[in-house]
Ligand binder design. Structure first.
Ligand code: SF4
Length: 326
């Protein structure tokens, strides 16, 4: 017996990296054991900040491929593309009538986006949180996994639901609960900023073992360790942070050997690369198998959209009835 329905959406960012894997995908996979999961690739959201569009379809397929290879089980989990279920845009329009404009323009995330892209402050950007609310409530979501930085958006969704249900005097929409799934921030190879493609400090899951090793060897370590004979401080070293995840059997040895200068950073990184590659071997094998028939990914996404549409149609019918649309 599952505990309820989980919904989560992610922008189509193409091939996923270790930061995506540790911060979200592993959790997506684990949640399947306890919840009915609905995982959506939110391509409409992506349009709000895009200047060029030619990579969107390919990025959608690559991300779906990584999710499947990592262990999303499409026979039980609904995995689909946001724009394949157009009911979400209709619900977005209806919910927008229940959302004060001032609230949207006051949101810190809106202000951040405006500061990042002052040349492209579009209408979709303002309504972004309403579309996100529509994504969540359309699928009768009970639980949304969140990190600290998304909590305000879910609270915003809960407010819209309360307003809608109060004003329509119905309980057509479910107020979603938040499930905190915070994972320590995964830093990039620069050891300073969050791992991300735009900073080119990422390590792709689908990279070859040689590519992975090359990236790991560029990682910044303890800046105070200038010579091989200097003792190191694992607690400030990002290589050590990743060892904690990928080298559970070696982590105590590395900790003491680093502090006593018994191991050098080059050997320490080689060991990390070896352990990351060993960890990702089953992922990469499965990815290659699925990628050999590229249509397979789109079939999964189309099937997911069909199942998502069945839920969406029911919710939308209740919403339209609640607001008196004929
Ligand atoms: Fe970091 Fe390893 Fe070098 Fe220590 S030995 S500073 S943990 S890379």
């Amino acid at each position: 017996m599952k505990k309820g329905r989980v919904f989560s959406g992610a922008r189509p960012t193409g091939r996923q990296h270790l930061g995506n894997y540790l911060g979200a995908i592993k959790n997506y996979v684990a949640l399947q054991d306890d919840y009915d999961c609905v995982y959506c690739i939110v391509d409409l959201h992506a349009l709000t900040t895009m200047d060029e569009f030619e990579d969107l379809r390919q990025n959608t397929a690559e991300m779906a491929l990584d999710w499947l290879a990592a262990g999303i089980r499409p026979a039980e989990t609904i995995m689909f593309v946001q724009s394949h279920v157009p009911q979400v845009t209709e619900l977005h329009t209806i919910l927008s009538m229940f959302t004060p404009l001032g609230k949207l323009t006051d949101l810190p995330t809106f202000k951040e986006k405006v500061a990042q892209s002052p040349h492209n402050v579009n209408y979709g950007l303002v309504g972004y949180p309403v579309l996100m609310a529509a994504d969540i409530v359309l699928y009768k979501t009970d639980v949304v996994p969140v990190g600290v930085d998304q909590a305000s958006h879910i609270e915003f969704t809960r407010e819209i639901v309360r307003t809608f249900n109060f004003r329509t005097k119905r309980q057509a929409l479910i107020e979603p609960q938040m499930k905190n799934t915070e994972y320590p921030k995964v830093l990039g190879t620069d050891g300073a900023q969050k791992m991300g493609k735009s900073l080119n400090n990422h390590i792709e899951l689908a990279a070859t073992p040689a590519e992975t090793q090359a990236k790991v060897m560029t990682m910044v370590t303890d800046p105070q360790r200038q010579r091989r004979t200097d003792p190191g401080r694992p607690e400030v070293c990002n290589v050590f942070s990743l060892h904690k995840t990928f080298s559970p059997n070696d982590v105590a040895m590395i900790d003491s050997q680093c502090r006593s200068a018994g191991i050098g950073c080059v050997d320490c990184k080689k060991l990390l690369a070896k352990n990351i590659n060993a960890h990702l071997e089953p992922f990469r094998a499965k990815r290659a198998e699925i990628a050999s028939d590229h249509q397979q990914v789109w079939n999964v996404l189309r099937d997911g959209a069909k199942r998502a549409t069945a839920i969406a149609e029911r919710t939308l019918a209740e919403v339209k009835d609640a607001v008196g649309l004929p």
